[in-house]
Design a protein around this ligand. Structure first.
Ligand SMILES: Nc1ncnc2c1ncn2[C@@H]1O[C@H](COP(=O)(O)OP(=O)(O)OP(=O)(O)O)[C@@H](O)[C@H]1O
Length: 314
């Protein structure tokens, strides 16, 4: 195997990973660690640098600088033994004219697995029984994706690296794959690194998320703490909007107007004790017709993170 790293405890370690295409910085100085049996979500918009990072992790692309370590070993072109312990789905590649079984048999032989039962097991795990004798080119998009996952998992890897694995799956298929990945991580100790541009989807599956934007890792969030990071707004309406604005300003409340003319009050005293604001408005002869706290959704959070970083760098 390759050379050892200084930090052997992380299953995956990216150390100041950088990839430039000419003078375009696709990935810049990206460092992160994924612990053993953790499910890590790698989130970013189209073109953020997810696939470029994953290709470097898989030694399919040479970093301009920086290093990748997996299971304590430095990944480089000489890391042959490591791939016995790593499975990946980059693009769901397969031989279109061969059946599911035949495709998996090639994957089995490439991994030098003598046990043919490995094919049956992985077909069962991915729910491909009904399709096992179909040619790959005749599979639905979702089942092609399942075949890709089956190939990635045929050798029971310790690390699974999946680039957009739920693309093309219907909602039931997404739930199935989610359950399977959670089971692998919790019950078999598999470490999963999964990329997506959908925070909603990732949040149901992962332990932690790293947000990549324009090649930089802009935030890491532990899922247990995500709820606390979501911004809250108080949405307020009343019969005389001008009078309400006047009262709010007079009493030091910060607000902005939504496109439909409602007042939005950001976190702070307003959302912490909305009853005080209600009392004030009633006392001032302007009882609210609407007063409720709205928590930002995950998509809103993701876009807010990206906008705040745009403000810093632009
Ligand atoms: N071989 C290449 N030559 C030049 N630019 C490239 C090359 N490969 C990728 N890029 C550019 O690097 C940036 C990051 O691309 P990448 O495919 O890593 O993004 P991504 O986050 O995976 O996006 P998506 O979700 O759309 O797959 C993009 O602007 C892309 O055009």
């Amino acid at each position: 195997m390759g050379k050892s790293s200084g930090n052997g405890s992380a299953a995956i370690q990216l150390d100041r990973l950088t990839k430039n295409f000419g003078d375009y910085h696709a990935v810049s100085n990206l460092s992160l660690e994924v612990n053993s049996s953790e499910i890590f979500g790698f989130l970013g918009l189209n073109g953020a640098g997810k696939s470029t990072t994953i290709k470097m992790m898989l030694s399919l692309l040479k970093p301009s600088s920086g290093s990748v370590y997996m299971l304590g070993n430095k990944v480089d072109s000489g890391t042959h033994k490591l791939w016995e312990q790593v499975g990946y789905l980059e693009d769901a590649t397969y031989y279109p004219g061969l059946t599911v079984i035949e495709n998996l048999d090639i994957a089995r032989r490439m991994q030098m697995i003598s046990d043919r039962q490995s094919i049956t097991r992985v077909i069962e795990k991915l729910g491909l029984e009904a399709h096992k004798n179909k040619k790959a080119k005749n599979l639905s998009l979702g089942n092609k994706q399942r075949l890709g996952l089956a190939k990635a998992m045929i050798h029971n890897p310790k690390i699974l690296i999946l680039d957009e694995p739920i693309n093309g799956l219907d909602p039931a298929g997404v739930v199935e794959i989610r359950k399977m990945l959670m089971d692998l991580s919790k019950n078999s100790g598999v470490t999963v690194f999964i990329s997506s541009h959908q925070l909603e989807e990732l949040s149901k599956l992962v332990d932690r998320i790293g947000i990549i934007h324009e090649g930089r890792l802009i935030q890491e969030i532990n899922m247990a703490h995500l709820e606390q990071s979501l911004q809250k707004h108080l949405v307020l309406d009343g019969r005389d909007k001008n009078a309400i604005e006047h009262i709010l300003t007079e009493h030091g409340y910060h607000f902005e107007k939504s496109t439909d003319g409602l007042q939005l009050l950001l976190e702070g005293p307003a959302t912490e004790s909305p009853e005080r604001l209600a009392e004030l408005l009633v006392r001032s002869g302007q009882p609210p017709t609407q007063l409720n706290i709205v928590t930002e959704d995950l998509e809103g959070y993701f876009l807010r993170m990206i906008q705040s970083i745009r403000r810093i760098y632009k």
